[in-house]
Design a protein around this ligand. Structure first.
Ligand code: GTR
Length: 426
């Protein structure tokens, strides 16, 4: 659309709708042939499924009832309708440590590199993990485990890290070579605050394309062909849990204080990983959006219809999820319930005020709606239904921070992550 028309369209929308203070309305757009709404007044009305009423219709009023059955009911609903059912954890994990405690970052930290194998006999698939702990640490340290879009050498920018392989656009696994660094993790910032930091490339667990399952860990398990067959999010989550299995055997890391973080599709991944595996002590989905922390029932930005459209990402989910693109109100779950599964553990959502596709306000509302579960478990939700302006964080047991900017992260997000980790882990 020419710029002048765009300005007029924004002005027209602004006149007829009360523009939500933090996020300016925007004209509709079309993705995969499906229109996307960016006007708050056109979101429509919806009612969220009750978190604290069980399947028999009984109110859930105590921590005992939550842990006794309601939480498990919600997990099964997400398995059945959204993410699919993951296999049980293996009895034993196989790994090889290639390097241990190498001094790095001007002696600020010590680096360890290992490869984790998913099968006892076969060497593929396998994932490379690198982690750093502060050089002066005397005991096991709390750590952030980051799942990244690129191999570890690119995420860390550390020339000592094994270069690795990545999946290119042609769906081939190729050496990193001199590919440029992006998806940057500031390792020294974590070390300086007394935290360890680890990273893994999601493509090592399973490549991200339709049919990628046969190159990844799902290939190791018989396909069920059922509506609740596990999708990529469940596969990537399974990989993260195996890294935590390793940390339980690693004396330098406190496996009881491991936070997980990921951006966008990997933000959705860490939410499901944290919901399934309660050993993760903190969960940080960054701009996770639709089918992550944002309410699917809001018709704003990406919807289930967009995300599961056949040319896009149906393979991320259980096949059944696709049925709800045309009728989200029939879906028995929504994002507020996914967030509630992290309770009572600390949960930090980061978003961006111009990242409309991911619906930052929908993430805020989901966090508000998950608050009663935190409160019932003796913790603090956001304790407000007033969205903070961009640049201002709320950091309770649920945290919410919207940066001024778009999809992804800005340096300020990472300062908030470090503050949130310090608040809960130190
Ligand atoms: C988009 C997708 C989003 C988000 C994003 C990303 O294309 O629609 O749900 O996952 O990809 O991962 O960057």
């Amino acid at each position: 659309m020419p710029f002048k028309n765009l300005v007029l369209a924004i002005a027209a929308v602004a006149v007829i709708t009360p523009v939500f203070a933090q996020i300016a309305d925007f004209p509709a757009d079309t993705v995969a042939g499906i229109p996307a709404n960016y006007t708050e007044a056109l979101v429509g009305s919806y009612s969220l499924p009750e978190i604290l009423v069980d399947r028999q219709g009984k109110p859930v009023t105590s921590a005992a009832a939550w842990f006794d059955h309601r939480r498990a009911e919600i997990v099964s609903l997400f398995e059945e309708y959204q993410f699919g059912k993951s296999p049980a954890a293996p009895a034993h994990i196989r790994y090889e440590v290639h390097e241990s405690g190498a001094p790095e970052f001007d002696d600020l930290g010590k680096r360890t590199q290992l490869t984790l194998f998913f099968a006892e006999a076969a060497d593929e698939p396998k994932m490379d993990v690198v982690f750093y702990v502060p050089a002066g640490a005397e005991g096991p340290v709390p750590l952030l485990l980051y799942i990244g879009f690129t191999p570890n050498s690119l995420v860390t920018g550390d020339p000592g890290v094994k270069k690795g392989y990545y999946w290119n656009r042609e769906h081939e696994k190729v050496p990193v070579g001199d590919r440029k660094r992006f998806d940057k993790l500031e390792v020294p910032a974590f070390l300086a605050r007394g935290f360890g930091v680890a990273t893994v490339y999601y493509g090592d667990i399973e490549p991200d394309f339709q049919g990628g399952a046969r190159h990844g860990i799902r290939n190791l398990f018989p396909a069920t062909g059922k509506p609740d067959e596990w999708g990529s999010f469940a596969a990537w989550s399974y990989g993260l849990s195996r890294i935590l299995d390793y940390f339980e055997e690693e004396p330098a890391v406190d496996a009881g204080r491991v936070a997980i973080a990921g951006i966008s599709r990997l933000g959705k991944t860490v939410l499901w990983a944290g919901a399934l595996d309660t050993r993760f002590a903190m969960v940080i989905p960054m701009c996770s959006g639709e089918s992550g922390a944002a309410l699917s029932r809001r018709n704003y930005g990406e919807t289930i219809a967009h995300i599961t459209e056949k040319t896009r990402f149906p393979y991320w989910f259980a096949p059944k999820y696709q049925e709800y693109g045309s009728d989200v109100s029939a879906l028995p779950v929504d994002a507020h319930m996914l967030l509630s599964l992290i309770a009572p553990r600390p949960l930090l959502l980061t978003t961006g005020n111009t990242d409309k596709w991911s619906d930052p306000y929908g993430e805020f509302l989901a966090a508000v709606a998950a608050g009663p579960v935190y409160q019932m478990l003796g913790k603090e939700g956001l304790d407000t239904d007033k969205m903070p302006p961009a640049g201002e964080a709320i950091l309770k047991d649920i945290g919410y921070f919207m940066h001024d900017g778009g999809h992804g992260t800005v340096p300020q997000d990472w300062e908030i992550v470090l503050d949130f980790m310090a608040q809960h882990f130190l």
